[in-house]
Design a binder for this molecule. Structure first.
Ligand SMILES: [Zn+2]
Length: 429
């Protein structure tokens, strides 16, 4: 049994230890706050900061222009070309469109210590026949893609323009990228290409600007997606009765998926989002397909869910085949149509702390989020990354009724500028 005196000593030590930790935390917080306030005191930075507020009406005009160039996933070429031109006009160097279709412009710094990729995604979830003309009602702009990611894309240009106008020279380099294939089946193809090939081993920091509001995404929600197809001989519903039935197998599978148990924390989800198959009411179908999306903040929960799904696919197939004596058996094809890596990044990571300090300095109430964005790739590789919202107020994202309210939207531009500069540093600071 511990003596009362010993307990007291232990308690005392614990108090000192906690106080020490708190002090350490405070010093570190002060470090980032000082960094931001030093930046804000710099004359050129102040000029760029003010400039972004002044040009916000032009920035919004540019947002409209970008949104009105259709850019469904895998068909972003026209919008990419617009960025190639604008990057050149804004004095960026080594401007190019890479093999994946990403538009890239570089702003070299003095040293190679830091290389920040500042990016937004070109593609939208809407097909090429969607009416993307922007309707304006006072401060509210309405069009599919106006916010996601018309807003983020526009900020790339506004920030490049502000740095150019204020003649800011940075210590680290900034690489501006308008990337392809972020949405849906694009599966982050553009960003993967940056890390695997185009900018391999060069990127030390990564910021994606995506959509409206002023949140910070520092956690990557990973996902697995499959298109699962049961195939059989098919035949007349009466004449060929007794054949295993792909639609019945599909039903068995969906029923099993619907019974999955997943934790709410870490948030883990599953959804059968699409089913198809069959030709007529009096035919046994030759094939039936489902598409499923499974997500989690935790790599191990996602792996568990993925393994469980593969298992129930086999069970559904087996049960349907065993139900009938027929020698004709069903087969199944389980095609992976998406795999976004997950990963954790502590809120204490310097890149997150810089963003939080910028928020404090601008009077923004910070919100940290877990989401599935371009930052999934660097976070899964252990490279510091955040996704920032681009300011304004977004509604109806991914719907034809998408709208964006520009009230105080310049704060989004200013915040992204300050965070960018805090990461790469000024040349003479
Ligand atoms: Zn987006």
């Amino acid at each position: 049994m511990m003596k009362p005196f010993k307990i007291l000593v232990c308690l005392f030590c614990l108090l000192i230890f906690t106080a020490d930790l708190k002090a350490q935390n405070a010093t570190r917080l002060n470090l980032y706050d000082t960094k931001i306030s030093d930046l804000m005191k710099n004359e050129k930075v102040r000029r760029a900061f003010e400039f972004l507020r002044e040009i916000e009406p032009q920035t919004i005009e540019e947002q409209i222009k970008i949104t009105e160039i259709p850019a469904p996933t895998f068909k972003e070429a026209k919008r990419a070309e617009y960025f190639r031109q604008r990057f050149t006009e804004l004095g960026l160097q080594n401007v190019r469109i890479d093999k994946a279709g990403n538009a890239i412009g570089e702003r070299p710094g003095k040293s190679n210590k830091t290389t920040l990729v500042l990016t937004a995604h070109l593609d939208t979830v809407f097909d090429e026949n969607t009416d993307v003309r922007v309707r304006r009602e006072d401060k509210v702009l309405k069009a599919p893609g106006i916010s996601d990611d018309g807003r983020g894309l526009t900020l790339l240009l506004a920030i490049a323009k502000a740095l150019y106008e204020a003649r800011i020279e940075t210590d680290g380099s900034i690489i501006f990228v308008a990337n392809v294939a972020e949405e849906g089946l694009g599966d982050l193809k553009g960003t993967r290409h940056l890390f695997n090939e185009e900018l391999k081993n060069r990127i030390t920091h990564f910021i994606s600007i995506d959509g409206a509001e002023l949140k910070i995404t520092n956690q990557a929600v990973g996902s697995f997606r499959y298109r699962t197809t049961f195939k059989g001989k098919g035949g007349h519903s009466y004449g060929a009765f007794g054949l295993p039935n792909p639609i019945h197998a599909l039903g068995r599978l969906v029923e099993k998926v619907s019974r999955f148990q997943v934790p709410t924390k870490p948030k883990t989800t599953f959804n059968v989002g699409k089913i198809s198959g069959g030709t007529s009411v009096n035919s046994i179908a030759a094939s039936a397909t489902i598409e499923i999306d499974m997500r989690s903040e935790s790599p191990s929960e996602l792996a568990k869910l993925n393994a469980a799904y593969k298992q129930v696919v086999e069970q559904a197939l087996q049960e349907e085949n065993e139900r009938w004596q027929n020698v004709e058996k069903l087969t199944v094809e389980n095609l992976a149509i998406g795999n976004r890596p997950t990963g954790t990044q502590s809120p204490d990571a310097p890149i997150v702390q810089i963003a939080l300090a910028a928020d404090r300095s601008l009077g923004i109430k910070s919100e940290l989020e877990a989401s599935s964005t371009d930052s999934n790739i660097p976070i899964s590789l252990g490279i510091p990354a955040i996704t920032l919202d681009g300011g304004g107020i977004g509604r109806g994202t991914h719907s034809l009724n998408e709208s964006w309210d520009s009230t105080n939207s310049h704060i989004g531009s200013q915040r992204a500028l300050i965070i960018t500069l805090a990461i790469v540093g000024l040349r003479n600071m």
